[in-house]
Design a protein around this ligand. Structure first.
Ligand code: ADP
Ligand code: MG
Length: 398
């Protein structure tokens, strides 16, 4: 699960990581009030109006409705903040990460203008090879880190952290020195790093990225941007984080699937896959690719789905705009083949079937399942083996 910059900054602030003063705004008037308050508190007219969307590259992005305006705008005075907010709210911001369709801005972060001496890069993520959290730091902050990784990989410093000890002071100081810092700033950075690592662990993040990590003219260290992604499997123990979910930012099909307790993953191909079990999902997608097509999505109905859930699952798959065919591949164990058959028949009766459908059933109550499908009068192609099923659906969609 992803959250907005302003939410990530609140979590960081709670964990003792220094972040600039800021306030979220849901209307232009709220933006004005927040700006006026910041100006009062900081004794500076400079405030920054920052679009809140689940995508990076906002600074360099542009609004479709206002091509002269970027997603992050430095302004002077509360009136100017309000004017900028009026333009941003409801407008579509296009960045390298949103794709050409862009994203509509519904929330803004009004932040104090910071004195930028240096922009560094910092991230923590799980390295699956070592099974440890890796800290990545670079002097090349503010810009596209993927580009740095490609052209100057030596400029990204990595440190693997022992989970039993956490990030130790000497390790944090070493990272600070690698970033070219010394004296008071190095000490502040080391303290920042330890709190940052602790926050990553405490919140069960899968990624925590600060880009840019700011060094001010006075030598202080702040998180100027913040991106946090959480491990969905750990959200049950972080109810306050789960509550930060912004449904406007999520894929509607994945959200619908989540509400039915189904696992759905949207992909780029043309064949929709309804399966049970993650292993069978992988095998189904592999064999579709083997026969020369690409999966449009896969939906895992799991072990104990009811007929209603199977119907919901089939409807979610059918909505994919790139869909040219559907492959249902079920190995009935706890999941019974007749439940699948009834669920599929129910869904097709409700929403119709505009693309070819191949069904391969095996396992518990397979004969009953096949009988139900055969008697339904629907245009369903039955297949005996996974190979045959994949071959058939690929041919039918070519
Ligand atoms: P994104 O990564 O989506 O472009 P950032 O939050 O990193 O958004 O902001 C982009 C740039 O805008 C930063 O690299 C920094 O130069 C500038 N910026 C962002 N917030 C502030 C701020 N509070 N004060 C001054 N400059 C800022
Ligand atoms: Mg950034």
């Amino acid at each position: 699960m992803k959250i907005h910059e302003y939410q990530a900054k609140e979590l960081l602030r709670d964990a003792g990581v220094p972040v600039p003063l800021s306030q979220v705004a849901f209307s232009a008037e709220e933006a004005r009030v927040a700006a006026a308050k910041l100006i009062d508190e900081t004794d500076s007219e400079v405030v920054v109006v920052k679009s809140q969307i689940h995508a990076g590259g906002r600074g360099k992005g542009r609004f479709k409705e206002h091509p002269e305006l970027g997603g992050v705008k430095v302004v002077k005075g509360a009136g100017a903040a309000k004017e900028t907010a009026e333009k941003m709210f409801g407008s579509t911001l296009v960045t390298i990460q949103t794709g050409p369709e862009g994203k509509v801005v519904n929330r803004l972060l009004i932040e104090q203008g910071m004195d930028i001496k240096q922009e560094l890069y910092l991230a923590a993520t799980l390295d699956r090879d070592t099974g440890r959290v890796t800290i990545m730091a670079s002097t090349e902050g503010g810009m596209d880190i993927e580009e740095v990784a490609e052209s100057h990989p030596e400029k990204i410093f990595r440190r693997s952290v022992d989970p039993a000890f956490g990030l130790q002071g000497f390790e944090a100081r070493e990272i600070a020195y690698k970033l070219g810092l010394d004296g008071k700033t190095a000490r502040k950075m080391a303290s920042f790093l330890v709190k940052f690592y602790d926050a990553y662990v405490k919140y069960d993040c899968s990624l925590l990225e600060i880009n840019p990590l700011l060094i001010t003219g006075a030598g202080d260290v702040y998180a100027l941007d913040a991106k946090a992604t959480f491990d969905d499997n750990a959200l049950f123990r972080h109810k306050h984080i789960e509550a930060l979910r912004d449904e406007d930012e999520e894929d509607p099909a994945e959200l619908e699937a989540k509400n039915w307790d189904l696992s759905y993953v949207a992909l780029d191909g043309t064949i929709g896959c309804m399966v049970n079990g993650a292993g069978l999902a992988m095998a189904t997608m592999d064999i579709i690719k083997y026969f020369g097509a690409e999966p449009a999505n896969f939906l895992d109905v799991g072990g104990g789905a009811t007929e209603e859930r199977v119907t919901a699952a089939f409807k979610i798959i059918s909505k994919d705009p790139n869909l040219k065919g559907i492959l249902v591949n079920i190995f009935g164990g706890i999941m019974k083949c007749d439940t699948i058959a009834k669920g599929v028949i129910g869904a097709v009766k409700e929403v119709g079937l505009e693309v070819p459908l191949v069904v391969r059933l095996e396992g518990t109550n397979v004969d009953l399942g096949k009988k139900l499908l055969g008697e339904s009068g629907l245009k369903i192609t039955a297949a005996g083996s996974l190979r045959e099923a994949a071959q058939k659906i690929v041919e039918m969609t070519k």
